[in-house]
Structure formats: structure tokens, C-alpha cells
Design a protein around this ligand. Structure first.
Ligand SMILES: Cc1cc2nc3c(=O)[nH]c(=O)nc-3n(C[C@H](O)[C@H](O)[C@H](O)COP(=O)(O)OP(=O)(O)OC[C@H]3O[C@@H](n4cnc5c(N)ncnc54)[C@H](O)[C@@H]3O)c2cc1C
Length: 390
């Protein structure tokens, strides 16, 4: 049994959004990830980024932009297909920025011109272009209206100056969805716009080192620097300046729900891995599973993961139907990632000292999980959003 097939549904439960076509897609994703990504994980972790060829291989296998229309080179599927990609990456313990690729594609799909969609999306689907979304700055994370990167209009170009930090896919990024201040005189959110920046051979653009993270070592997270970078004015997303903050708020639910997908798949996998481990590991002459504490802990973890699964599935179905509200997405992002971290932490405890050794998948899962509560909007911000609905 491969590690990715360990996590099984509870009883006869089946996710309603997984039909035969999605199941077939899952099989092809799993085969690809097992063959092309899993064997390289140690090296990717060591170098702190995936190989450049991984992007074109993923594109050729149909892993990138699975929920973008076929006319733009995508897979023509729904969020169900995106969820399957994220689940299989999570279960195999592979960190690869396929989600961010899709997030950027959906900004383009929603706000770019048709000519731009035809230009950028097929190249993103093939992996020729690697996407990044660059909002966060050293002094502006949760407080996005405080960003300082500016874009000054100069004829038919913007001149961009500033820096970004913590940018996923930063090392390979060739198409950046960049949050900038187009009007420094307008305070707060109304001065923000989004620009698409093609970085190849772009004077004034520089990528910093891959940042040294606690976990997710195989995925690149970088600083980006813009020193009077010229970007065509036509690359402004939307028809007018000042729309960026509202565009981000409109698109964030996609990313937040996707983070929830990874949270549940990781929690399920942690329970499955640990169940197998406690059956094999003997202490005081008997398998760990024979201790009541082990059984009760895993019973609680399995129950929590299943509650998360049912809630997530309901969110996915409503999202695909276009009926998921922002408050519920915020609930899913915060609750599912908190739940993931609690479950994985309990599973580490059941592994004893081996749970703290990075050669054990559960230890890496623990280190990788922590950031889920921080990015895509910290969980405290999610609670503020939920509280707004009270
Ligand atoms: C591995 C990784 C990958 C990332 N990838 C990207 C990326 O691809 N693109 C990108 O743009 N960014 C990315 N980020 C940045 C991420 O989105 C931010 O780290 C996150 O939004 C939090 O911002 P901050 O780090 O500045 O923390 P701060 O905003 O300084 O927050 C610190 C603490 O204060 C709390 N806090 C802040 N405001 C409030 C409030 N109003 N009420 C209550 N509590 C509050 C927060 O919840 C948090 O606990 C990534 C970060 C990491 C670690």
C-alpha cells in the first residue's frame, strides 16, 4: 500500500463531489506525483525549491490549472479537480506551488482582457510560466492597505519600486500578480491595484534567496525586489486603478478553501500513518495500539478529521455551485487548519521520539502544517471576518 492510499474514508462515506471523472483524474494525478515528484523530495528539500523541469512535467501531465477552461489551455474542470491535486500532493507529502499557479490564473481569468488570457493562461497551464502572487511586504502582511510598493504611471508604462517578502514560487516565478500602490495620495485600500509582471529579462527585478523556513522546505518562498521596473500599463488588472484590494477580497475565498482542502487531507493522512505505526511499534511487550490512551487519542483524531471532511465537502459542493459565502470560507480556513495542527501534534506524540525525527513523515507533516494557520489570511483575521457577520 502506498502512503497516499492510506487515508481512507470513514465507513461508507464518500465525498459527493468526487464522481467517476474526478476519480479517474485523481488516479492520474497520484501516478504522476508518485513517479515524478516523490523520488526527488529529499533533493528539493535540500535545495529549497523544486526543479524547474517539474513545472513543465506537471503541465504536460495536466496537473496545472485543472479548473481553467480548455479554451485557455486549462483542464476544463471544476474546483473538484483542483481539490484532487491538492489532496494528492498533501497525502504524498509533496510541497509544490500548483495552488498558487491556479490562484494567479484565476485573477487573470477574472480581470484580464481576452487577449491577455490567451497569451498567459496556456503558458501557465503548460508550466512554461510559473505564477506567484505578491502581496505581503516586510511591514504589511495582515494589514494589506499598508503596502508601500508603488507603481507610478509614465506614458504607457508603470514604474514599479519596492519589495515583497514570503512569496511562494518566488524562485522560479515568471508571471507575478503584484499588489502595488498606484495612488500614494489615497490612503488605505482604495489606492491599491494589481499588476501582472512578466519577469524574464526584466531590468530592475531581482529575486532574493529562498527563505529558511521551519517546514515546507521543498517549496520556494522568497523576497522579491523591484527597482524602477517598467511594466506595460496594459498589465493593470481590471479597467481602472484602485480596484486591487477589492479584487483580492473577491478572489481570496478560492485560496482559503484550497488551504482547507490541504488541511483535511493532511489530517486524514496523519491519522492513517499513525494508526499503522502504533500497530507495528511495541512498548513493554505489546503494540502501542493496545494501550487505551493510544486508541482513545486516535479515536478522537479520526472523529475530528471526519467532522472536518464533512464540513469541507459541504463547502466544496457549495463553492462549485457558486453558493459559498465568504463567512463560511473563513470558518473553513480557520477551523480546518487549527484542527489539522491539533491532530498532527497528537500523532507526533504517539510516535514518541521518532515523531521528532525529520526522516519520519509525521515529523515533516508537523513542521509543514504550522504555517497553514498563518498564510492566506491568519486565523485571527478569519475570526474577525466571521465576527463581522454576527
Ligand atoms: C510559508 C509562507 C508562504 C507565504 N506565501 C505568500 C505568498 O505567496 N504571497 C504573499 O503575498 N504572502 C505570502 N505569505 C505571507 C502571509 O500571507 C503573511 O505572513 C500573513 O498574511 C500574515 O502577515 P504577517 O506575517 O505580516 O503577520 P502580521 O500581520 O504581523 O501578524 C502577526 C500576528 O498578529 C495577528 N494580527 C494581525 N492583525 C490582526 C488583527 N487585526 N486582529 C487580530 N490579530 C491580528 C495575526 O493574526 C498574527 O497572529 C506567506 C507566508 C509564509 C510564512
Amino acid at each position: 500500500m502506498t502512503s497516499s492510499t492510506l487515508a481512507m474514508p470513514v465507513g461508507t462515506y464518500q465525498s459527493a463531489w468526487v464522481d467517476d471523472q474526478v476519480r479517474m483524474f485523481r488516479n492520474s494525478v497520484l501516478q504522476f506525483v508518485q513517479k515524478e515528484f516523490v523520488p526527488h523530495q529529499d533533493r528539493w528539500r535540500e535545495q529549497r525549491y523544486p526543479d524547474a523541469e517539474a513545472w513543465t512535467a506537471a503541465g504536460a501531465a495536466g496537473i496545472l490549472l485543472p479548473d481553467v477552461p480548455e479554451e485557455y489551455g486549462g483542464g476544463g474542470g471544476t474546483f473538484a479537480h483542483q481539490a484532487v491535486v491538492l489532496e494528492e500532493l498533501a497525502r504524498t507529502g509533496v510541497h509544490f506551488g500548483a495552488l498558487i499557479q491556479s490562484v494567479v490564473a484565476h485573477y487573470i481569468l477574472a480581470y484580464a482582457s481576452d487577449a491577455q488570457k490567451h497569451d498567459w493562461l496556456p503558458r501557465m497551464a503548460s508550466g512554461e510560466l510559473v505564477g506567484a502572487i505578491a502581496m505581503t511586504e516586510p511591514a504589511a502582511g495582515s494589514d494589506l492597505p499598508a503596502i508601500r510598493t508603488t507603481a507610478r504611471c509614465d506614458g504607457d508604462h508603470y514604474i514599479v519600486s519596492g519589495s515583497k517578502t514570503f512569496i511562494t514560487n518566488g524562485h522560479h516565478a515568471s508571471l507575478i500578480c503584484l499588489a502595488v500602490k498606484t495612488n500614494a495620495k489615497v490612503a488605505g485600500m482604495r489606492g491599491i491595484s494589481l499588476l501582472i509582471v512578466e519577469t524574464q529579462n526584466l531590468p530592475g527585478y531581482r529575486v532574493g534567496r529562498s527563505l529558511d523556513k521551519v517546514g515546507m522546505h521543498a517549496q520556494d518562498t522568497c523576497e522579491l525586489f523591484f527597482d524602477d521596473v517598467r511594466v506595460p500599463a496594459a498589465n493593470l488588472l481590471g479597467h481602472a486603478e484602485g480596484q486591487g484590494f477589492f479584487q483580492m477580497m473577491e478572489r481570496m475565498p478560492y485560496e482559503r478553501l484550497a488551504v482547507g482542502v490541504t488541511a483535511v487531507a493532511t489530517a486524514e493522512q496523519a491519522v492513517a500513518l499513525t494508526t499503522q505505526y502504533v500497530k507495528e511499534r511495541a512498548v513493554s511487550g505489546k503494540p502501542l495500539i493496545d494501550f487505551q490512551n493510544t486508541r482513545f487519542t486516535l479515536a478522537e483524531c479520526k472523529t475530528a478529521a471526519h467532522i472536518g471532511r464533512v464540513f469541507l465537502d459541504n463547502c466544496i459542493e457549495r463553492f462549485i455551485a457558486g453558493q459559498l459565502d465568504d463567512t463560511t470560507v473563513a470558518m473553513a480556513k480557520y477551523w480546518l487548519t487549527d484542527c489539522q495542527c491539533r491532530i498532527v501534534d497528537e500523532c507526533v506524540q504517539l510516535h514518541g521520539g521518532y515523531g521528532y525525527m525529520t526522516e519520519y513523515p509525521i515529523a515533516r507533516m508537523w513542521a509543514d502544517s504550522r504555517v497553514q494557520r498563518i498564510y492566506a489570511g491568519a486565523n485571527e483575521i478569519m475570526k474577525e471576518l466571521i465576527a463581522c457577520s454576527l
